[in-house]
Design a protein around this ligand. Structure first.
Ligand SMILES: [Zn+2]
Length: 385
């Protein structure tokens, strides 16, 4: 029999806990297993929000977390009256947004069971937003279940995390990811192996790579960049190239979505409506939406650059492996000859320094330093001998 938990790759330890909680929530007993505030943490791509959404489905499913009924389906796609999934498009979640949310979830669940809020990016709550949320979480006796997701526990305000039960997701193994790509996405074993290996347990990235030619060819170009850093001028060119590729990939994924959203919004206001109030209302709403889309685009570009930096780090990691004579666990085995010849030009400690420089650049990116400047500084550092 299928279950909402089937898609969680390599998270058996968490699935057991969630199943226990769902069972306890059904009996209505005052058991320790079910609680109304949870934090899901895990590295990017481990599937923390998928785990939270699966739990939400299970809590509202009338047939033992079947994954197939109306409730399960609508809970996952945003149509269930008692399940709200908050996906942040901007860089932060503001107090006004949390207040709106609290008004929406103030009444009892319409279907009688639980009202569930999944917050995908609880690490983006501003401090005042987190404090507003805290009051709601502390309120006893409500039927609302809060499922917060964040990269690590440190990203959640201590006052909030101390009131939540914590579930830590694992990075799924390369093999587990490979099997899913073959089974669920019909990837060929060779493609699945490549995508799983280079994405290092990031299941979304693995799937994206396995199913998207543009993403694969962009990655290939990015991985060539360190091999071409002969001069400072080349370093600046490489930085620009990295920016261009990351931006191209990001826009490919947002353009279609942006257009669809605007179309939907215009429909909601009655497209072609001539009434004056109608037209002003619609154009104001479209402007607001465009602003949101722009800030989302900025975020996606940053994420895309960050992904490229992680890829570059795997290249230097492989250089270190080659120098240490351990090649069987090479990540970029498709580039073996290039990496082997590159490795001969490096004193052993230099490759480790390059990995550090990349991690440093990722930190700067996360602190909102301008992406181009960050990439330029990094490429100059990588070019240095
Ligand atoms: Zn169901």
């Amino acid at each position: 029999m299928s279950s909402v938990f089937d898609d969680l790759v390599g998270q058996e330890h968490i699935i057991d806990i969630l199943k226990g909680a769902v069972a306890a929530s059904r009996t209505g007993s005052d058991s320790q297993e079910m609680t109304h505030a949870w934090v899901f943490t895990g590295p990017p791509g481990s599937g923390r929000s998928s785990a939270a959404v699966a739990f939400a489905q299970a809590l509202v499913c009338p047939n033992l977390e079947c994954g197939a009924c109306n409730e399960c389906h609508s809970a996952a796609t945003g149509g269930h009256p008692d399940v709200e999934v908050i996906r942040t498009e901007g860089l932060s979640i503001k107090v006004e947004e949390v207040r709106d949310l609290l008004t929406r979830v103030a009444w009892a669940p319409s279907m009688g069971g639980w009202r569930v809020v999944v917050m995908e990016d609880a690490d983006r709550l501003t401090e005042s937003a987190a404090n507003a949320l805290l009051k709601a979480i502390e309120e006893p006796g409500t039927r609302t279940v809060w499922l917060l997701c964040a990269p690590t526990l440190h990203d959640v305000l201590p006052t909030i995390r101390s009131r939540c039960r914590h579930l830590q997701l694992r990075t799924p193994s390369v093999d587990a990811v490979k099997q899913v790509l073959i089974k669920r996405d019909n990837a060929s074993p060779t493609m699945a192996d490549f995508a799983a290996r280079v994405s290092q347990g990031h299941i979304g990235r693995a799937r994206y790579l396995a199913t998207n030619e543009l993403v694969r060819s962009n990655r290939k170009e990015i991985m060539q960049l360190p091999l071409q850093l002969g001069s400072l001028a080349a370093a600046f060119q490489a930085a620009q190239k990295l920016m261009d590729l990351a931006t191209e990939e990001a826009s490919a994924s947002s353009e279609i979505r942006d257009e669809k959203e605007i179309e939907k919004l215009q429909e909601a206001y009655g497209k072609g409506a001539t009434g004056r109030g109608m037209a002003t209302g619609a154009s104001k709403a479209v402007k607001e939406l465009e602003k949101e889309q722009k800030s989302r685009a900025t975020r996606i570009i940053r994420e895309s650059i960050d992904g490229a930096l992680l890829d570059l780090a795997t290249l230097y990691r492989d250089v270190i492996m080659v120098q240490a004579g351990v090649t069987e666990s090479m990540i970029n085995s498709d580039m073996r000859p290039e990496i082997e010849s590159y490795a001969t030009n490096f004193p052993a400690h230099i490759a480790a320094q390059k990995v550090n420089a990349i991690l440093e650049a990722r930190k700067h990116l996360a602190m909102n330093v301008a992406p181009l400047v960050t990439c330029e500084a990094l490429m100059c550092e990588l070019a240095r001998r």
